[in-house]
Design a protein around this ligand. Sequence first.
Ligand code: GLN
Length: 511
Amino acid sequence: MSIYSISEARQKIQDGELALKDLVNQYITEINSQNGSINAFVSTYHNEALEQAEEIEKKIKNGTAGSLAGAVLGIKDLIAERDKQATCASEILDGFESVYDATVIEKLKKEDAIFIGRTNMDEFAMGSTNEFSKYGAVKNPHDTTKVPGGSSGGSAAAVAANMCNATLGSDTGGSIRQPASFCGVVGLKPTYGRVSRYGLIAFASSFDCIGPFAHNVEDTARVLQAIAGFDERDNTSANVPVDDYVSAIQEPKKDIVIGVPEEYFGDGLDSEIESTIREQLAQLEKEGATLVPISLPHSKYSVSTYYVLATAEASSNLARYDGIRFGYRADKATVIDELKAEEKEIRSKYDASKADEADKMEAELARLDSALIRLYKKSRTEGFGNEVKRRIMLGTYVLSSGYYDAYYAKAQKVRRLIQEDFKKAFEKVDVIVSPTAPTTAFDLGSKLNDPVQMYLNDIYTTSANLAGICGISVPVGTHSNGLPFGIQFLGDTFQETKILNAARLIELQTK
Ligand code: GLN
């Protein structure tokens, strides 16, 4: 089917050339034919989407429709939608359904967006390949032997495969921008506090941001416009006015000042990605941009700092999954049987009629966990996948009393230094440019046994989350291996307009 931007779809509907119901049906057909191989959606609700289409079409015709009429969206499976599953692609949330809408969902509904399903992801948004999902790996629509990137791989792939015209993902260390790069779509991580986190299931609360994926910069701006803004239900939401992003990019400014950080064009960067980005920058310069070499000296610590702090926060956030309150619970009868069997074994070892043996037996029995503690442990053991367990252990370790100062407290200090690097840079430049990721999408399975290699794929993205600033990835070229890749623009806090503007220039230049 052809690719419709949100505004094109709406225009065609208004002109009577396309029925919204038909558009939804076309997406349903795409999902039905491609999802078996791509695995981008983990649950769909086609009938509801078709019902919504009918109502919204009427509103378009009578002129009362919201700004997202014509948008058909997929939502990452960690953002609460009332009466829909929200599993974070984890066994531990198996069967869990939200009882309320996240603020972003409320806002999108108000603007007449249609929701078509829940998108796949790495379990609890931890990963860079979307292979850590209870639903199985997502495949890159450009080459199904490659990863789509992660953790919002399903959201990126759904747009790339044209199964909908936009999606929401979340970005804690790059999970919107990196999959956008791998899948050849636009993805934006807003400033921390720009978009409400109310209804977003937490991974690392001081990093997590909800943001859009779309086919183009304008749709990205349109969805951001709808979800941005202050929310009193989120304590970290910022009460800062929201720009008119959509208008701002209609005639993008060309005389922008772009910071080029030497640290982001060093070892490990694919040479074709580097040369393409440098060519595009030269072209922007010709058209009126000013390129300024800058330095972000602490960025070499960003991946390690990120993995200390994000795992620390995750270990605390994930403590709530105890098998009692949400989702999955280990079988209680088995737990009790096991406890009884262990008790029995201990009793059989001792002759309780002899005082010293009876004492030993009592001491050993006292060390047995209660049935409740066992139920917690077994539920968590069975419910969490290995990567999530690795993060919980790492996070618990860096927070433990003997290591807190050496790791957690130290990482907090480095986070501040990284923030200050950016603050200084943004005194002189409008945006900072970098590759989004050092490579194009790699083979499925190729980094599964080497977590450090996988973590290093986040080398250009984590610093934005550490600093709380905004970033966008926009497709910039196709590699000789046939795969797309993106260019990243970072902007100071609440400067989404500037990164959208820069991304729009690249989009115009590369089309
Ligand atoms: N790849 C990073 C990680 O695994 C980022 C994840 C994210 O942004 N949610 O933690």
